[in-house]
Design a protein around this ligand. Sequence first.
Ligand code: HAM
Length: 423
Amino acid sequence: MAKPRFQAVRGMNDIIPAQIHYWHKLEYILRDVTARYGYQEIRFPIVEPTALFERSIGQATDIIEKEMFTFNDRDDVSLALRPEGTVGCVRAGLEQGLLHNQIQRFWYMGPMFRYEKPQQGRYRQFHQFGVEAFGMAEPEIDAEQICLCARIWKELGLSDQIKLQINSLGNSESRARYREQLVTYFTQHQDLLDLDSKRRLVSNPLRILDSKNPGMQELINNAPKLVNFLDDTAREHFERLQKLLQAAGISYEINPHLVRGLDYYGLTVYEWVGTGLGAQNAVCAGGRYDALVEQLGGAATPAVGFAMGLERLIALLETTATEQTLPDIYLVMVGSEATAMGLPLAEKIRNELPALKIIVDCTGRGFKNQFKNADKSGAKFAVIIGDSEVANNSVAIKNLRSAEEQQTLPVAELISFLQKRID
Ligand code: HAM
């Protein structure tokens, strides 16, 4: 086979019709469940000024250090493909006057871009579904969003495969005190740190806790824990969140080393982890970011949200049985008169039975070939028109999924036959 002349950009995937039913099911459930919680869709551009992300996500994070797709436009302004949605959502909310002194619940869905090393579950163009709520400081809204996720897993049939981990990052003062302790601890054990962690010790020591290096796990397990540095307000917020989750029947595990890879978080952070997904197993992650709106020029506004990685959820869905919607009818028509009769007949069926899915064979080939196509389509019935059907103003019907005999009907009876036989 000749090699295609062009290939997709590395880490960016095509989604072909054979996979699309998983996406449709997922997207439908995400929209439906989120609407039931009163969240409204917001759309914002895929491209934003690079400085917006640099300022919000944090200079010493992986995303800003090495993962952004940036380019200069013709006016030499640096722009970036969005690596995530929270920052664009806040920018849009501020610019559109939607955040000042207001309570808002937003959702968004779309492609995000990160220049990561592609592997299973990690792509350079991937899709997120996210929600962001503004104007509410209490842990009830954090809990509501976690309940929203849990309901989505339930409706997707994935509840048993996704587990919740939570942590509290406290306020910025406690994080600063913790950071000092952590630096002291890791400095004492410098010889056990890998190269990446040595670099992080200076730039972003909390991220050392995220290291997957098996050789460092013991060192990380024995490191001081952020929970022990929380002040009373943060501790109370975290405890109330846990009580709410317990009351809602949501199981969770406290992961004291969960720190997240973006700098805007404080207080609640969490990740939903999928089983059987390998190294890239976080299917959804989020938390509270009460300082970000102010940092981007708005009034102080508490905020909390999450984002799900749709490719990772699809990978889980692929392990469950999700049925593709197959056509109901495949219309076989052979000969020019049959063709002239077939197309209007298909339109009539679509008018009268709008729920049915009909594929018309437009190949102009012979019966044998068209029957093969009918079979391959997965349709339940073939409606067949040839010269004799045209002459008698009839159609032949064959049940493609049973051994039932083919039968012939007057055209006038076709609609009521289909109505009875296809629910
Ligand atoms: P994040 O943890 O960077 O958080 O990404 C959220 C989710 O997006 C991850 O849990 C994962 O499922 C998916 N994801 C991230 N990178 C990739 C990739 N390269 N390939 C495939 N999937 C990926 C955020 O983006 C925050 N904005 C979440 C948030 C919203 N926090 C508050 N509001």
